[in-house]
Design a protein around this ligand. Structure first.
Ligand code: ZN
Length: 478
């Protein structure tokens, strides 16, 4: 048995011990009043979570290279530590940050991180920042990397503040979890297989019930320890339930995923990993609202804050104008009778609106906006109306054409620098003979060429993850 397996076994043993302890303590609950029982259960869960989190961190930390997969892995391997933005605003780093605002009358949290990292974040924040009660937990949106630790932080009187759509978003994400998990695992191969994932109740996604909600472009205000808090519904960003927190006295905006993991960058209007569309015109309206606040500091839920009123303003204006530009060009192109593919090729950001596209990508945004307005039927081919995709005739096509013709055509496209056309042809060839070594090799070369272009071009994370996953799959068929 490899040491890695022994390590994993050790970790599983430890987890089992903790679970036995949970059961033993369970008997005690019968003799405690409701509050103490709840606190004890919470304490036991936090301790169990800490052990599980540590075991997973160890496994990922000892990654032997095959799991290194760009920035998603960098994010999960980011050390968990406390960083200070101001004396009363500190955050625990991780895949998702947990941000704590302290006041003389108790504390406020914005987001609670990934469940696997939540126990470490909680321990550090309590030890190094403040152990005072948490009066409000504000959840920027319902994604798993932002709400994981909520149950461990929630006390008897904690208010949970979310967008009005939070519960609906949580519902559909829960219902589609098995399907989405598969997609995410393709992009982030460090995730365990669905059947191997830890399936403990405390780690399960969902089940959070807000006590206060805010609607689109509405503001919920409260004061705690002399500090003013404004929770604002800002649709159009990640999910349909995005909120941000504005601290007017400190001109600080806590943004969740409103801008994505980096600032400034072109937003993900319709994430390629799948989900509902982020409505572009609503996003522009939300941006206008945020620009008017004139923030001097923005604190995102991934990576680190940006400081400086002018830099922030310029970044926000550029994002707004870039989205507006792509939107307007797409609409104009549609009205001019151009196809979605023509528009994907043509529409580029002008130099004064240039933004990094490692999260969102302009050509995908064009397709997103097109489909947002016009839906699934592109009015292109009658076959779109029926459940018989072109792929269904590939095997027959391959047998009448013969592999040789297809392979030379695929090679020609590759030589001419058209790797996507090579992929089309190899899909036909592989439908005829899934094990064809020359077809698999051409497919691999086309993917490699696209990867080189992606890495030296826009460096879009999701495109890179996808291409790498397809290359790994092709290599394993070979
Ligand atoms: Zn996120």
């Amino acid at each position: 048995m490899s040491s890695k397996h022994q390590q994993q076994r050790g970790a599983i043993g430890k987890v089992l011990m903790i679970l036995l302890a949970v059961l033993a303590v369970g008997a005690l609950w019968l003799y405690l009043d409701e509050d103490s029982a709840r606190e004890l259960k919470q304490e036991v869960e936090i301790r169990s979570m800490a052990v599980i989190g540590e075991a997973v961190a160890k496994r990922l930390g000892s990654s032997d290279g095959e799991a290194t997969h760009g920035s998603a892995v960098d994010l999960i391997q980011r050390p968990i530590e406390i960083r200070e933005v101001a004396e009363n605003i500190q955050y625990a780093t991780g895949v998702g940050n947990t941000i704590m605002i302290t006041t003389s009358e108790g504390n406020v949290l914005l987001d609670t991180g990934l469940v696997l990292q939540s126990a470490s974040q909680l321990r550090l924040l309590k030890e190094q920042v403040s152990d005072a009660p948490i009066h409000y937990i504000i959840l920027s949106h319902s994604h798993a990397d932002h709400i994981g630790g909520t149950r461990f932080w929630t006390g008897e009187d904690t208010e949970i503040v979310t967008h009005k759509n939070f519960e609906e978003e949580q519902r559909y994400l829960s219902e589609l979890e098995p399907y989405q998990f598969g997609r995410n695992r393709t992009l982030f191969p460090w995730l365990p297989a669905w059947e191997d994932r830890p399936n403990l109740e405390m780690m399960r996604y969902g089940g959070i019930v807000p006590t206060i909600t805010v609607d689109d472009w509405e503001t919920y205000r409260f004061t705690l320890g002399g500090m003013e808090f404004e929770v604002i519904g800002v649709p159009g960003a990640e999910g349909a339930d995005n909120i941000v927190l504005w601290l007017p006295q400190q001109k600080t905006l806590i943004t969740g995923d409103f801008f994505g993991p980096q600032f400034p960058q072109f937003p993900n209007i319709f994430t390629m990993r799948g989900e509902k569309i982020c409505k572009p015109v609503e996003y522009i309206k939300s941006l206008d609202m945020i620009i008017a606040l004139e923030p001097e500091i923005i604190i995102p839920s991934h990576l680190d804050p940006t400081v400086g009123a002018q830099e922030i303003r310029e970044g926000m204006v550029r994002i707004r104008d870039a989205v507006q530009y792509v939107h307007d060009e797409t609409v104009a192109g549609m009205n001019a009778g151009k196809s979605v593919y023509e528009l994907m090729k043509e529409i580029k950001l002008p130099p004064h609106l240039e933004l990094v596209q490692n999260h969102g990508k302009v050509d995908w945004a064009v397709k997103s906006i097109w489909e947002y307005y016009m839906g699934w039927f592109h009015f292109d081919s009658t076959t779109e109306l029926y459940p018989v995709p072109a792929r269904d005739v590939y095997a027959d096509l391959a047998s009448v054409t013969g592999n040789e013709v297809l392979l030379s055509l695929a090679q020609n496209y590759l030589t001419k620098g058209e790797p996507v056309k090579t992929l089309h042809i190899t899909e036909i060839a592989l439908a005829g003979d899934p094990q064809s070594a020359p077809a698999l090799s051409l497919r691999q070369q086309a993917l490699e060429e696209l990867l080189v272009r992606a890495e030296s071009g826009m460096q879009n994370d999701y495109e890179i993850y996808w291409l790498k996953s397809q290359m790994a799959q092709t290599a394993s068929t070979n």
